[in-house]
Design a protein around this ligand. Structure first.
Ligand SMILES: [Zn+2]
Length: 330
C-alpha cells in the first residue's frame, strides 16, 4: 500500500495547476523520497522458440543472430520485456471500465506512440509558459513588480526557482497516465526497472537452434525468390530468472504492474520477433517471491538496501492487491 502523505501546502498561494484532477496526489511519490520499494523475483520458461534479434533492422526483415550475453548465454533484454508489458497494459488500459476500476482519477491510459500523455509539457517553451503562469506575470515576460507578482524569472531567488520547478515536476507527474508513471516517458523516468534476463546454466547446444529462413523483401513483404538464410533461435525449455524492481508505487500502479506480470506469468504475452507464428511464448514457473519495503523511517530504507527485507510469496500478495478491486465473492 502506498503511504499517502498530505500534499505540502502551497506557501505562495499559487493558483492550482490548470486541468489537474489529482490535487491530493502526494508529492512524495515522485522520486524525491523513498516511500516504498518492491523486488519481485520469479522464473520464466520458454514455451516456444524465441528470437530477439541484435537490432531491429536486418537485411532480410529480421536479424539472423539473437542477442547474447558477453559469455555467450542468450539474453532477454529487460528493455524488451518492459516494452511487451507496456504495450499489453496500454492495450488493455484502453478498456474504459478497466481503467475506471483501477485508476478512476487522472488522465486516461495513453498509447505512447499515438497520443502520449503530458503533451502539454513536452516542449521547453510550454514548460516556461507554465513557470510564468505560476509566477503570475504576463506571458509576454514583461516584469511588473508593482502588480504583486514576482517579476521576471531572473528576479527570483534560487529557493523560489527551485520551488517553482518542484511544482512543475508535480504538475507534469499529475498529467501522466498510470502506465507512463510506471514505465516512464520523455518527461518522467518511470518507476520500474527490469535487468536483462540470462539463464543461470546450460550449454550452447541446449540454448540455441538454427533454422532456415526465407528472405522477405522489406518493401513488398513478399518472399524473395530463392533467398534463404539461417536464423538463430533460443530453444524452448530454457529458463530465465526474472527480477522486477519498483519504487514509490501508488495503489493503482501496483494493480497495473501486477496485472501485466500476471499476464506474463500465465503465458499470455509473447517476446521477441515472429510472435504471430507462435515464437516467443513464455510463462512463469515455480513460486515467485516478493520483498516489499514500506518506509516508516530511515532504518527501513537501510535494511532494504542491505537486502534484509523479508521475502514473501508473490501469489498471496497479488490476490491481496487485486482483491481490493474485486467485488466480494469473486
Ligand atoms: Zn501515458
Amino acid at each position: 500500500m502506498a503511504t499517502h502523505v498530505p500534499r505540502p501546502s502551497n506557501p505562495r498561494g499559487h493558483p492550482s495547476v490548470p486541468g489537474s484532477t489529482k490535487e491530493e496526489r502526494p508529492m512524495s511519490l515522485l522520486h524525491h523520497s523513498l516511500q516504498n520499494a518492491w523486488i519481485i523475483r520469479g522464473t520464466l520458461e520458454l514455451m516456444s522458440p524465441l528470437h530477439i534479434g541484435v537490432s531491429e533492422r536486418g537485411a532480410m526483415g529480421m536479424d539472423a543472430k539473437v542477442v547474447r550475453w558477453p559469455d555467450g548465454r542468450p539474453v532477454i533484454p529487460g528493455s524488451s520485456l518492459k516494452g511487451v508489458l507496456r504495450s499489453f497494459l496500454e492495450t488493455v488500459g484502453q478498456n474504459e471500465s478497466l481503467r475506471n476500476l483501477l485508476s478512476p482519477e487522472g488522465p486516461p491510459v495513453c498509447i505512447i506512440t499515438e497520443n502520449p500523455c503530458g503533451r502539454e509539457f513536452r516542449k521547453k517553451e510550454d514548460r516556461d509558459k507554465w513557470r510564468r503562469r505560476q509566477m503570475a506575470i504576463p506571458t509576454n515576460g514583461d516584469p511588473d513588480p508593482d502588480d504583486g507578482s514576482r517579476g521576471s524569472w531572473d528576479n527570483l531567488s534560487e529557493e523560489e526557482k527551485a520551488e517553482i520547478d518542484r511544482e512543475l515536476a508535480e504538475a507534469i507527474y499529475r498529467s501522466l497516465c498510470p502506465i507512463c508513471r510506471l514505465f516512464g516517458n520523455q518527461l518522467f523516468a518511470g518507476k520500474i526497472s527490469i535487468p536483462d534476463l540470462v539463464p543461470e546454466q546450460g550449454h550452447p547446444t541446449e540454448w540455441f537452434d538454427v533454422r532456415d529462413g526465407v528472405g522477405i523483401d522489406r518493401d513488398t513483404r513478399t518472399a524473395r525468390n530463392g533467398v534463404k538464410y539461417d536464423f538463430e533461435l533460443v530453444n524452448p525449455g530454457v529458463v530465465f530468472p526474472l527480477t522486477v524492481r519498483a519504487m514509490n508505487l501508488e495503489d493503482d500502479e501496483q494493480a497495473w504492474l501486477l496485472l501485466g506480470l500476471e499476464a506474463l506469468r500465465n503465458g499470455e504475452l509473447f517476446l521477441g520477433g515472429k510472435t504471430s507464428r507462435g515464437l516467443g511464448s513464455v510463462r512463469g514457473i515455480g513460486s515467485w517471491r516478493i520483498s516489499r519495503m514500506e518506509s516508516r523511517g530511515p532504518e527501513d530504507i537501510v535494511l532494504h538496501y542491505l537486502g534484509r527485507d523479508e521475502e514473501e510469496d508473490y501469489e498471496p500478495w497479488v490476490n491481496q492487491v487485486m482483491g481490493r478491486y474485486m467485488s466480494a465473492g469473486r
